[in-house]
Design a protein around this ligand. Sequence first.
Ligand SMILES: O=C(O)C(=O)C[C@]1(C(=O)O)C=C[C@H](O)C=C1
Length: 123
Amino acid sequence: MTAGTAGPAAGAVAGAERIDELRLSVDALDRQIVALLAQRTAVVRELTTFKKDEETVRSPGRVAQVIEKVRGLAVEEGMPPGIAERVYRTLITELTDLQMELLAERRAAARPAGTAVAPEGTA
Ligand SMILES: O=C(O)C(=O)C[C@]1(C(=O)O)C=C[C@H](O)C=C1
């Protein structure tokens, strides 16, 4: 085959080029997604400053609402809703852990000096 003639090898090159192009699109989208996740995390951090107990941090009713909402949005946007649900469940679990840490830090800072809480099982 003469150089430049389209054949199976040319198809493989075109395929590899397209993969590179599409990976650039994925990279650009990841930049936007992480920027949005950082914004969302900042909002949740602020929200946490108004929470006073573990029950409000966990808010199972709100979690159910968010999951239903993102499943619906996924369907509207043409992606499998189960993927959106699992991504959000992971995100919310991580943000709940973060909120529990922030709550514990705030409580520790509010306690008078020398009144540290005894570790579980030692009281
Ligand atoms: O809505 C809240 O209260 C949040 O803390 C935000 C958020 C979420 O990431 O959507 C996180 C943890 C749960 O408490 C519920 C929802």
